[in-house]
Design a protein around this ligand. Sequence first.
Ligand code: SF4
Ligand code: ZN
Length: 760
Amino acid sequence: MSRYIATRAIRGANLITQEAEALLNKALKEKGPETPVAFPNTAYDLPTILGMTGREITKLGELPPVLEHAKDLLHPVPSAHCWTPYLGETLDCGMATLLSAEIIEAVRFVYGEEPGSISGFHAAGGSFTSPDMAEGGNGMGRLNGPIDDIQLRAWGIQLVDGRMPGFAAIVGAAKSNEVAVKIVRELQKRNILIFLCGNTNGRSMIHQLQEEGVEMGYDTYIVPFGLDTLSAIYPIGFATRSALTFGGMKGGQAKDILLYNRQRVFAFVLALGEVDDLKYAAAAGAINYGFPVIADTRIPQILPTGVTTYEHVISMPFNEIEGKDDLERAEKLVQKCVETRGVKIKLTEVPIPVPYGSAFEGEVVRKGDMRVEFGGKYSRAFEYLRMVDMDQVEDGKVEVIGPGFDELPEGKAMDMGILVEVAGRKMQSDFEPVLERQIHYFCNGASGIQHIGQRDITWIRISKAAAAKGFNLRHFGDILHARFMADFGAIVDKVQVKIITDPALFHEWLGKARSAYDYRNRRLADMTDEVVDDFYTCTLCQSFAPTHLCLVSPQRLGLCGAYNYLDCAASYSINPTGPNQPVRKGRMIDQVKGIYTGLNEIAVQKSQGAVQEVSMYSIMNSPMTACGCFECIVMLIPEANGVMVVSREDTSMTPAGMTFSTLAGMAGGGLQTPGVMGIGKYYLTSPKFISADGGFKRIVWMSSILKQTMAAEMAEVAAREGDPDLIGKIADETICTDVDGLLAHLEGTGYPALMMEPMF
Ligand code: SF4
Ligand code: ZN
């Protein structure tokens, strides 16, 4: 253990705790102890304080005991001669730093100083994203502040299934703008979330990326938290909330939360530029979580001890890294970070002229930036994947049949069809839709390409920037070949792609594709829970929620919405020892509730005894548990004799008196809570949706976004239920957000749930 690091970390911790004390006293005097404190859009109060101390802070007057706790953790700055610094003391001081930092940020919110904005933003004459994205909620020259719960959950599934291997907290500024961009691109390529905080002599990586026109925000996996070191508390809060959200831990389980992060959250700190006392102190805080610190300057290292099996602090002076230029040095620096933390990464080389990685999946190509589009308002596009015989596929062949877009004026649209033909000994026609849906993710991974929709409502845009770099139609084929072979190599042996723009051929294949979609729809409708013997388990989320198990049946998909029955079947074929295993239903115990011996046995086993019985179709009796990634929460509203359905996107108040964020705390964590359930939104349209409790007509309130985005599906359900006006009668947040309003609305519309038999 380095005495130098200990000294500086301890000094930094003492200073910041004093600062927290002074600020808190001032706030208490000026604002009073009853003043509310909160981080916006999170149900986890001040998350690090909640996690580490169990205190649910809601007002200023509750902070002094936290400060006292931080002060108790402090140690005196070691004297120059006769004290041997010890890791434990440094770690304690690190924890004190985190608590103090969160107190300071909370007080800043009280004063409206957080989240700050980027100075020089207007002077620089640019914005993070163009004005039409202005309500996106992040970026835009404003710093982010804490990540909201909705985003945390949205990333959840990617974190658990390994698509997003971890996060990098970058503190300070890179050697040059060029290096900053390179570091970020290297991380994006590996799908690592990037959190930016702090500065070096007033300059931050946030400035550097802004100057280089790099888009920051949730969509690009780059979150600009703040310009000072204190904002490093947000990544730590994110890590703490991961444990609370996905690990089912409760506030105050400090040791478990730290251990959880050490074992499951692959994160590291990259300290760029000079490291001052406060940065050492914050780094000591991160080490508590098992997150190593890699510095690009010369500082003493801390090598493995009991707390981590890997190094705590690594020094890799930037100019001494071997490499032909700074770009290569940046690449090696990122490589070192990844190795140090042991971040697991699957990289697929995709031979196209633009950067590629899931970090680009959410990228938007705006009209003004668009070179050409396919589908949407002015043209049509479809995509169709089909299985053919081995000898009909020439692996890797990509054909563009018809004109390219070279001749087309900028910003125009044209028709295009993507036909993917696959062959493989283990391929089954049931897997066609599973693979076809991947086209969306695969195409979106290319920087400057936007893909929306599927089947014959596909809508693709190519940006001017991507076109300028040489991206053309055949590259879609190159992407699809590379990714299908890499990700589905276990079931697909050969892949060829035809990009069809020739008008006659386009029509011919659109017709063929449509009959295939029809056939699949009918096949899916015929697939009921009764006709199959096996359901599938999904234990993918156990890496985050160790006792949670999804049971996936033809009529009930996984609660994240990402795994339906066929997905699980395909996943099982690809990886027979993976997270999706067939499970015999076994002997029927209760047909209405959907309780079977085989399902119970697997639930007991996979939940390590936490769940004894599970019913497929009831929210009231032994409902299925949830991890953290549900698309919707269904919850009993006793007064209305029905349930409400709250979508993850809905931030408004609900008749239960809680927002989605708060409800999520009750629904998740692998606990069985009668009356509360996390579900995938397509389960709502299944005839088996809480069929034991009365089915779809029990829904008395539903987030309006579900009504809008699933209008067609909902209309079908209404018809099935024999009441075409049913959806209109269901209340939503624009109609009421409390029980009285709900009851008045239901009585006014004569809603069926009120007349149904009591739910319990
Ligand atoms: Fe997680 Fe369930 Fe989705 Fe599997 S189906 S990834 S366990 S939420
Ligand atoms: Zn999950």
